[in-house]
Design a protein around this ligand. Structure first.
Ligand code: NOJ
Length: 875
């Protein structure tokens, strides 16, 4: 039975049902829920989500090519996340079920660890087949379905391009070793292309085409200056192959032979792999172990010029075929060498900042900002189209390759006193155990992660503070099943617990019965909710993702303070690295007059003056302050003089390129601040945009209905309806007299022509009325206005349409009367979804015939393909 939704009284219809349900479940007071949702910008993000190219059918033109700069990436292995078929291993179908969770967390991209057929002796970084999905995790169709489901949610997908090495089980290696056995290391190889096109052949055995796919040698004495990376497992970079009767080169495990990039057929094979996955619609590729592609005598065999040449070639290949995709290099190097992987903006788009990562931990433990500032000052500037990838933890050990010997000793002492925690040159622990499960420290390091210059990457499970189990060997202790609930197998799988790919964490401090998503979703003070808030807040400010970095140097070295700036945004970040309260004096004199707003509470702190700005911080406390220009709102409150537009007085061309800028940057922002119906006067504008212009009448000089989207620095975006019209001569004079506040602008030299709010125009009012009662359909650029008339429409309405008046004393909306019989309300702030006024009055009128409220006659709805209908007018 049709009935008003019971959500109305709670005003919740706008919000995502999953989150709402959970909030209601835990009985949180309504006011606080709204506050939280607003902070999370859920309304903004759900209602205004723009679909850009994500899948094959998307619209390429709408993609921001720099999307990766604004991303928040979540790293996971499909096997760890959710097991849909009860075999003890996570799979793509399970991952699809958890996409809502990831979307609610606020991340914008998923980085998938390798999921290809593999013996899994290096967790999938040992690939046996580059063109398929490991059957343990599903099928290629499952992967496609996942990609599609992720794109539907505006989540991008980054996969692994592991090209430095393969598994020794890969058919390429099997053929290669047989060919070497046949022809010898220096014997004739095939330079035949793997696509079958014969470039030249030396012998009729098909294996020969693969002979030089790997780096073979008769002696293990070559390339002696290359270090061994997996120190705890390997003693040489050469391994003897009893089939080939020769040595092959490997930088990682001995079962991972290195591909030979001196062989052009390898380039060709890699391009095919790359095209395959990008062709499916993958948005980005992580280039595993990219510094080691080439080998040269008397070098470290890392970062060779040949490697950079190759990377440029690969990038050009991708750019030509797949615009707007992203390459993320894994180059674990010192800052100069790492930055070289950006080239001149023509190698990788992104690269991990490996040297910064351990220094954030170091600074926290030393209670001194020096390690962070020092390494960032050593980091060269990077091309505009490039971005660092920032992370605290990942699937590997916390690597200490990019620190000095003393620093490594220090890190081991303070973060890995138990020798079991050490592996290779690093520490195999998750974030929470590294920080002794201190909530304050976890928040502090995440605050740094989200405010450092780069794109943050969250390792799965760290958002709920999962523990680890280093007794599981290798790096498996950080790869245990995701903890969803206190149920069997942490809600990860229905399998027999003994069948799980790894046991769930039962360490008493991090036991899955206590540390899990379900528990934390119910508790708004949990780490999970904190992460959601901080991610949402970061996304409110482009300064974090694109802005410059400038350190402030207060005398107190325990306090790290820096600015992130982008266009009109300035964020001051202040972090107390100490476990005790601290105070610091910041030199912010150049911002004298500005007011720091603490972004989570929106509290205004005392204004900045020429003198030092004194700040006090509790133990491990942190602040994000958005600096607010002092003038914005006060200026608007002064009496406004309508500005002049130097352009022809024609609505058709008014939003053309030259005037649009003036209208959106200056005229409308100043105008709306003077309007009674505009409720966000105290907020700071980021920008205003006219997103839709609908012609209420076909006449060239008829009114238009503008939908104006306003983005704020300190609040979620809002959309307002402003009907506009241009009149001149006598008509202009009479509007100026009757409603001077409705004048938006004058036109230079056009018989006193004015642009004004069209509710003051009788013709427009009548057209609005007619649009409803005649059930008109008005087409816009990407939307429609639809007139809906109810059952109570009287036949004689036509008389009323011409007799209208505006009701003065407007509040948050504007109202008018027709023939003293019909009341029409224009909603100024537009909200997606069912409108409670419409639904309730319609129900009372049409279903229960309730005589004591004004009857529902009709409404005007704005329908946009990507969101729920929005009611613009109610009659
Ligand atoms: C880097 C990956 O992150 C790591 O997990 C892997 O073992 C090595 N590359 C070798 O593929």
């Amino acid at each position: 039975m049709w009935a008003p939704s019971r959500h109305y009284s709670e005003n919740f219809v706008l919000f995502e049902p999953g989150i709402l349900a959970r909030l209601l479940l835990i009985n949180w007071p309504r006011g606080e829920i709204l506050w939280f949702l607003e902070t999370l910008q859920l309304h903004g993000s759900i209602c205004t989500a723009k679909v850009s190219r994500m899948g094959a059918n998307g619209d390429e033109a709408t993609v921001d090519p720099l999307w990766y700069k604004d991303a928040v990436i979540y790293e996971l292995h499909v096997k760890t996340f959710c097991d849909s078929d009860g075999d003890g291993m996570g799979d793509f179908r399970g991952l699809i079920e958890k996409l809502d969770y990831l979307q609610e967390l606020g991340i914008t991209a998923i980085w998938l660890l390798p999921f290809y057929p593999s013996p899994l002796r290096d967790d999938g970084y040992d690939i046996a087949d580059y063109f398929d999905v490991n059957p343990n995790f599903g099928t290629l169709d499952d992967f496609r379905a996942f990609l599609d489901a992720a794109h539907q949610r505006n989540l991008r997908v980054i996969t692994e391009l592991v090209i430095n090495h393969t598994s020794d089980q890969n058919p390429w290696f099997q053929k290669s070793r047989r060919a070497v056995a046949l022809a010898g290391v220096d014997g004739p190889g095939g330079v035949r292309s793997t696509s079958g096109a014969a470039v030249s052949t030396h012998g009729d055995n098909d294996d020969l085409a693969y002979k030089d796919f790997y780096v073979w040698s008769d002696t293990p004495e070559k390339f002696k200056d290359a270090r061994i990376i997996f120190k705890d497992f390997e003693t040489s970079n050469w391994a003897w192959d009893p089939v080939a009767k020769a040595y092959y080169w490997h930088r990682f495990y001995s079962h991972q032979p290195e591909l030979n990039f001196d062989n052009p057929a390898v380039h060709e094979a890699v391009e095919k792999v790359c095209d395959f996955w990008l062709g499916l619609g993958v948005d980005g590729l992580r280039l595993d172990a990219v510094p080691y592609l080439y080998e040269r005598e008397d070098t470290s065999c890392e970062n060779l010029p040949e490697t950079h040449d190759y990377l440029r070639k690969l990038r050009a290949h991708v750019d030509v075929r797949f615009p707007n995709r992203m390459l993320l290099a894994e180059a674990n190097q010192w800052p100069e060498d790492a930055a070289a992987y950006f080239g001149k903006g023509d190698e990788s788009h992104m690269n991990f900042h490996f040297p910064l990562m351990p220094r954030m931990f170091m600074a926290l433990q030393m209670e001194d900002r020096f390690p962070i500032i020092d390494i960032l000052e050593q980091t060269p500037p990077i091309p505009d189209n490039c971005q660092w990838a920032m992370f605290l933890r990942n699937h590997d050990e916390l690597t200490l390759e990019m620190v000095t010997d003393e620093e490594r000793d220090y890190m081991y002492r303070v973060y890995a006193s138990d020798p079991h925690a050490r592996i290779n040159l690093g520490i195999r622990r998750r974030l929470a155990p590294l920080l002794a499960n201190s909530r304050r420290k976890i928040e502090l390091l995440n605050t740094l992660l989200f405010s450092m210059p780069g794109t943050p990457i969250i390792y799965y499970g760290d958002e709920i503070g999962m523990g680890d189990n280093f007794y599981l060997g290798d790096r498996n202790g950080c790869r245990t099943p995701m903890q969803w609930s206190p149920d069997r197998n942490a809600g990860f799988s229905r399998a027999n617990p003994q069948q799980l790919y790894l046991p769930v964490t039962i360490d008493p401090e991090y036991h899955y019965e206590a540390v899990n998503v379900e528990n934390q979703q119910k508790n708004l003070s949990s780490l999970l909710w904190w992460m959601r808030r901080v991610i949402a807040m970061r996304k409110n400010f482009k300064a974090f993702s694109r802005g410059s970095l400038e350190f402030l140097y207060p005398d107190n070295a325990k306090v790290l303070a820096f600015l992130r700036r982008w266009k009109n945004e300035t964020i001051v970040i202040v972090v107390n690295l100490s476990r005790f309260a601290q105070s610091a004096e910041l030199d912010l004199s150049r911002f004298a007059g500005y007011v720091p707003m603490e972004v989570f509470s929106r509290n205004l702190f005392r204004p900045i003056r020429k003198s030092r700005y004194v700040i006090t911080l509790g133990p491990h406390a942190y602040y994000w302050f958005a600096l607010q220009a002092p003038t914005d709102s006060r200026r608007a409150l002064k009496k406004r003089v309508a500005p002049t537009i130097k352009a022809p007085a024609e609505l058709e061309i008014l939003l053309g390129n030259s005037q649009r800028e003036q209208i959106e940057r200056e005229i409308l922002p100043n105008y709306v601040r003077t309007c009674r119906w505009f409720g966000s006067k105290a907020r700071t504008f980021r920008h205003l945009k006219v997103i839709e212009q609908l012609a209420i009448s076909p006449d060239a000089d008829g009114a238009r209905l503008w939908f104006v989207e306003i983005d704020y620095l300190d609040a979620p975006a809002e959309t307002y309806a402003i009907p506009v019209k241009i009149v001149s001569g006598e008509a202009a004079r009479s509007v100026s007299q009757a409603a001077p506040h409705a004048i938006i602008a004058h036109f230079a030299g056009s018989e006193g022509a004015v642009l004004f709010d069209a509710i003051w125009d009788a013709t427009f009012r009548s057209q609005l009325f007619e649009a409803i009662v005649q059930r008109q359909s008005i087409k816009g650029r990407a939307s429609d206005l639809i007139g809906i008339a109810g059952k109570r429409l009287e036949a004689d309405y036509s008389v009323a349409s011409g007799k209208s008046q505006v009701l003065v004393g407007e509040q948050s909306n504007s109202s008018m009367l027709f023939d003293n019989k019909f009341f029409l309300k224009i909603y100024r702030k537009l909200e997606d979804g069912v409108n409670p006024d419409v639904e309730i009055t319609r129900f009372l009128t049409e279903r229960v015939n309730f005589p004591n409220v004004p009857a529902f006659v009709g409404a005007l709805e704005y329908r946009h393909e990507k969101s729920d209908p929005t009611v613009v007018c109610l009659l």
